[in-house]
Design a protein around this ligand. Structure first.
Ligand code: SAM
Length: 226
């Protein structure tokens, strides 16, 4: 049986509105989010071609998330930040588990709950090819989940998901050199500027998702060691 998802949200209109605020570069990056036939994760603990990027295998991801606390990590009201995220070993797993929970809880509310699940996952990666790959992996989680659970996503829905992926899965450089003397430090810097030594603080999207609509605004972020 196909699950008919009830919604009165005009996702097409919402997405057009969000896209109208995107820059040309953002729109170009959005076009690259098309998804894959299946997840493409270097999850065997493999090195990349240069031998310096090593990705976490699925069984370790699972154990690490358990160690952090599944109750919190899989709760869409909690915020997750993966600061050096590669191709998405952690983010794809966390999203999938959140979607499973949302679907189990209430199939009729799945579309909107799934947006909430995605909206509080943030990801930073400095390698442009990897963040592009990860964005596609994240969209793939949605499409495969939809296929496996016979979900007929509303018109414009996956386009809105792509917009959210673009904003939350950020090409940026995490601030790994936290100066010991400061109590407050910036979380990350925008790319490509950071590559050239121009350290522009990264802002994060904060999503407002309700039965009436979906919007977001950008906010600065700092790590507070106080
Ligand atoms: C060892 S891989 C792990 C990727 C992923 N977390 C996983 O477990 O599969 C580390 C990744 O962090 C990225 N990276 C290293 N330093 C970074 C920084 N300061 N900001 C953002 N990304 C960084 C690298 O490009 C690489 O993709």
């Amino acid at each position: 049986m196909d699950w008919w998802i009830e919604t009165n949200m005009d996702y097409k209109k919402i997405t057009e509105n969000i896209k109208s605020g995107f820059t040309k570069d953002q729109l170009k990056s959005l076009d690259l989010i098309t998804g894959f036939d299946s997840l493409k994760l270097a999850n065997g603990g493999d090195n990349d071609a240069e031998g310096y990027q090593i990705f976490t295998p699925a069984f370790i991801v699972k154990d690490m998330v358990k160690a952090i606390g599944e109750k919190d990590v899989f709760n869409p009201d909690k915020t997750v930040l993966e600061p050096t995220s590669g191709d998405g070993a952690f983010t794809t797993y966390i999203l999938l588990r959140r979607l499973e929970r949302a679907f189990k809880e209430d199939k009729d509310e799945f579309e909107i709950q799934a947006l909430k699940c995605l909206s509080t996952i943030y990801s930073i990666e400095m390698d442009k090819d990897l963040i592009i790959k990860q964005r596609n992996n994240i969209l793939t989680v949605f499409t495969i989940f939809g296929r496996d659970h016979k979900i007929d996503y509303s018109d414009g829905y996956l386009d809105l998901v792509r917009c959210m992926i673009l904003t939350n899965f950020m090409w940026a450089m995490f601030n790994a050199d936290i100066p010991a003397t400061f109590l407050i430090v910036e979380v990350a810097y925008k790319m490509p500027e950071a590559e050239k030594g121009k350290m522009k603080s990264l802002e994060f999207p904060v999503w407002d998702i309700s039965g009436n609509g979906v919007t977001y605004h950008m906010e600065g972020a700092e790590i507070n060691y106080d």
